[in-house]
Design a protein around this ligand. Structure first.
Ligand SMILES: [Zn+2]
Length: 88
């Protein structure tokens, strides 16, 4: 995991968990609004905003398809991917 999900705001979202014999409700923590890519190694946000204002979730930002992504972070993440590919 290179980037973790950094959310500006979090909310508890109720969701249903389906098990073979039962269905129950759990509260899941979800990001509200755009999320930022927080470097797993340095803890800094990719686009340069202050990471101490963010709630960092232990989730892979690049794999998180259910959230809105900050365009600045997205551009940096893509650029770094290309830079790493160039080194090979
Ligand atoms: Zn950002």
């Amino acid at each position: 995991m290179r980037y973790k999900v950094g959310a500006e705001q979090l909310q508890q979202v109720p969701s249903l968990v389906h098990r073979p014999d039962t269905v129950f409700r759990v509260a899941r923590t979800a990001a509200v609004g755009p999320t930022h890519a927080v470097c797993a190694a340095t803890g800094a946000a990719a686009c340069g905003i202050k990471a101490d204002q963010l709630q960092v979730l232990d989730q892979d930002w690049e794999a998180a398809c259910f959230v809105e992504k900050c365009p600045g972070c997205f551009a940096v993440a893509i650029t770094q991917c290309e830079a790493e590919a160039d080194k090979r």
